[in-house]
Ligand binder design. Structure first.
Ligand code: GEK
Length: 267
């Protein structure tokens, strides 16, 4: 892409990080640009980490807005003396946004990802963010094995879609169990539509969004094949039903653009 690429790390305030974000965002994603002999399932490895900010910005409509809004929601719902979790944190964009907005005393953020390459790079970025006082711990672990306790805010920002569907209810129940009353789960997902016409409408517009961001038809179709068995979207109705079944009292859709949505579920 040519200059003027939108900047997903625009919530970073300190100068050193502002310089570093240029290095982070400069590397353009061309992983699926050339024809591949063999399609391998998508993995969050070093190659993806190197281009991740560019990839997610050009692939997920509203990503920058979602990240900064997670900061605002955390600023509202974080409770003094509680943990905030960022599950499937990648490079920690949501954690850094939360860190900037949380003013309640004695909070910390626990950011978890099972990709060692993501956590390694995420820790480098975190070390550059010297401004706010809220401590962030980045753990390289399977989020399914991390205890959720004394939580006021839990973020699953485009992560649940990578968890096998049969395991999703148990995870959401566990998150609900670890939240304090009044706590929230922020759940962002690529979504599916039950009606084929609506599915096609949103999918085509998403592909138009990617084309407008410089991806070729070959890149779009190869990435889609690589993600097919790895990223399994569900309908909004399915998400609402699961949140209710897990005990959440309400879930508000606060963002949707094409087949990408974000909900805030309240305990
Ligand atoms: C962001 N939230 O920038 N345990 C831990 N991490 C996992 C697991 C698991 N079982 N499964 C997948 N992941 C981020 C973006 S990306 C979304 C999230 C995307 C991690 C995986 O390694 C990857 O870093 C992340 O979930 C999904 O706000 O790339 O579409």
């Amino acid at each position: 892409m040519s200059g003027g690429k939108p900047d997903i790390f625009n919530f970073f305030t300190n100068d050193q990080l502002a310089k570093d974000r240029k290095t982070v965002t400069r590397k353009t994603d061309a992983i699926y640009a050339a024809p591949l002999q063999e399609m391998i399932d998508f993995q969050f490895d070093e190659r993806v980490v190197a281009v991740f900010p560019d990839m997610i910005q050009r692939s997920v409509p509203g990503y920058g807005l979602i990240i900064s809004t997670i900061g605002i929601l955390a600023g509202k719902y974080a409770q003094a003396g509680s943990h905030c979790y960022d599950l499937g944190c990648s490079l920690g964009a949501a954690s850094l946004a939360m860190r900037q907005r949380i003013t309640q005393p004695d909070c910390d953020i626990i950011a978890v990802d099972n990709s060692p390459a993501m956590i390694e790079r995420g820790r480098e970025l975190l070390a550059l963010d010297t401004a706010p006082a809220v401590p962030v711990t980045m753990l390289c672990a399977d989020l399914q094995e991390v205890a959720i306790e004394n939580a006021s805010v839990v973020v699953l920002n485009f992560t649940l879609q990578f968890i096998p569907p049969a395991e999703r209810l148990a995870l959401i129940q566990r998150i609900h169990g670890g939240l304090r009353p009044g706590g929230v789960l922020i759940l962002s997902e690529k979504i599916a539509f039950a009606e084929p016409g609506r599915q096609q409408f949103h999918e085509e517009l998403h592909h138009d969004f990617k084309r407008a961001n410089g991806y070729s038809d070959l890149e779009i179709s190869q990435k889609r094949s690589a993600l097919e068995k790895v990223l399994i979207p569900e309908t909004l109705a399915c998400h609402h039903a699961r949140l209710r079944a897990a005990g959440f009292s309400s879930a508000e859709l606060w963002f949707q653009c094409f087949n990408f949505a974000s909900l805030v579920a309240m305990k």
